[in-house]
Design a protein around this ligand. Structure first.
Ligand code: HAM
Length: 459
């Protein structure tokens, strides 16, 4: 199979694997010139998650999954590859993600697949494919894993990154929007991000959006000479997106644009009012951001992003983004089923935690080291290690080392509280040496009692 990036996907779902967007091509060329590529490096925009970073990943995954579980979200895992058309239709043909950033591949059988750039369309697909609409509604799903977007790599923006993602299908109620936001806010809070700020807006629904769009287009047309080239195209294809362009000239124009909120229909207005009331009641800090529209096509009504308020460097990089999408499921199934969800960027959260020096406790850090000397001790050590495992004790060891001093050095490096030392002599006496690593004090313990002894000491 050949993995290629598509620059343009036709509405038919057939891709032209030809030209890359010019800026990306230039970007890659200059990078290549600076640094010759070898196969001994990760592809641009992708990185290894090194052992020292795993505790951060594990913690974010653990907290997001357990909190979501508590709120009734059930875990689902979907394939990393889906039909490319799922995203063309779901995420939207005119979005940057589909137009410029999708990794696609043609299988030997001729299917055009895409590495998922987000979770929402795959979860909608799974909801429909597995008949979840006949279950009691709402159906709430949690997922997590890698996603892929061929964007321009920069701080906090990668080509492979990880998201945790929650979706609620089958309820129109504003409380669902709030549950989504509250859950996300609490996940960040519990990870140590106490200054999370929810930026929020409502972009209306299919009834009121044409009117707000008309006002916006009229306004933007008068300013179009000052828009960046991308926004000139957006003005034709997706005028709402002009509002969240990060170019200074466009930002200035967006600030003076007619507000979407002023043109909401009655139903969207009262929905959004209720969402804001809930936010007030729950004391979740928020900021009404009239320029927030989000870069995905499916949203209706509430859209939001969560940032760390006091963060200036990667600040305006959202940690979590989401919103309501009441027309998305209908696009695929003709059934009028609303939805609401959000996704958190795990790498962005890790960057922030590290920048703020928030310590993450290494889960599974051993408190005991098992040192051994001689062949009969090694065999006995293996049996005893299995005893510790069965009793849920993490015991570090290095069976391939013979030197006791090297093993004890390792124990010191691991900062364990106790070391166990088993030599040929101890095996003969059916005993083991227990060494307190802080005091250096040693005692001889019967092997049959050692698990119990350690259990008591570590209580
Ligand atoms: P999104 O805003 O595209 O939304 O992504 C969600 C989060 O993923 C962002 O807030 C950010 O933390 C992280 N993220 C996005 N792009 C990158 C990147 N290139 N590098 C690193 N992190 C990134 C969605 O994906 C929607 N599916 C969320 C959703 C679920 N809406 C409704 N349900």
């Amino acid at each position: 199979m050949v993995v290629t990036k598509i620059a343009k996907i036709k509405k038919t779902g057939k891709s032209e694997n030809s030209a890359k967007p010019k800026d990306l091509e230039k970007d890659e060329k200059s990078k290549q010139e600076k640094k010759p590529k070898t196969i001994l490096q990760t592809p641009t925009g992708m990185s290894d998650i090194l052992p020292q970073d795993q505790p951060y990943f594990d913690k974010i995954l653990k907290i997001s999954e357990s909190f979501s579980n508590f709120y009734g979200f059930e875990k689902i895992s979907t394939p990393i590859l889906e039909f490319a058309e799922l995203f063309e239709k779901g995420t939207g043909i005119d979005t940057d993600i589909v137009e410029k950033e999708m990794y696609t591949l043609r299988t030997k059988g001729g299917d055009l697949l895409a590495l998922r750039p987000e979770f929402t369309p795959p979860l909608v697909r799974a909801y429909i494919e597995h008949g979840m609409m006949s279950l009691p509604q709402p159906v709430k799903l949690f997922s997590a894993g890698p996603v892929f977007r061929y964007g321009r790599p920069q701080a906090g923006r990668y080509r492979q990154f990880h998201q945790f993602n929650i979706e609620t299908f089958g309820s129109k109620r504003p409380v669902v929007d709030i549950e989504t936001i509250y859950l996300c806010y609490n996940i960040l809070y519990s990870l140590g991000i106490k200054d999370a700020l929810v930026k929020i807006n409502s972009i209306g629904c299919r009834d009121c959006r044409p009117c707000s769009k008309k006002h916006l287009i009229n306004y933007l047309k008068k300013k179009q000479n000052f828009l960046c080239p991308d926004c000139k195209t957006r003005l034709k294809n997706n005028p709402l997106r002009v509002l969240d362009c990060k170019k200074e000239s466009c930002e200035q124009i967006a600030r003076g644009a007619p507000q979407l909120l002023d043109h909401l229909c009655k139903a969207c207005h009262s929905h959004f009012k209720r969402v804001l009331e809930f936010l007030d009641e729950l004391k979740i800090p928020y900021l009404l951001d009239s320029c927030l529209v989000r870069g995905l096509d499916y949203y209706t009504r509430t859209v939001f992003e969560i940032v760390a308020e006091n963060e200036k460097s990667v600040s305006q990089n959202a940690l979590i983004g989401g919103g309501r999408y009441d027309d998305l499921i209908k696009l695929f199934s003709k059934k009028d089923i609303p939805g609401c969800g959000a996704a958190g960027g795990i790498e962005r959260i890790i960057n922030l935690l590290k920048e703020r020096e928030v310590k993450v406790l290494q889960t599974g850090k051993p408190e005991v080291f098992f040192a051994q000397l001689g062949d009969s001790a090694k065999i006995r050590a293996l049996k005893l290690l299995e005893e510790f495992r069965k009793n849920n004790f993490l015991v570090a060891h290095s069976l391939s080392r013979d030197s006791l001093s090297k093993q004890l050095n390792l124990a010191n490096r691991l900062k364990v509280k106790y070391s166990l030392i088993l030599g040929e002599e101890e095996v003969k006496r059916d005993s083991i040496i227990l060494r307190d690593m802080k005091t250096g004090k040693q005692s001889l313990i019967k092997i049959s009692n050692i698990v119990k002894e350690i259990k008591n000491k570590l209580k």
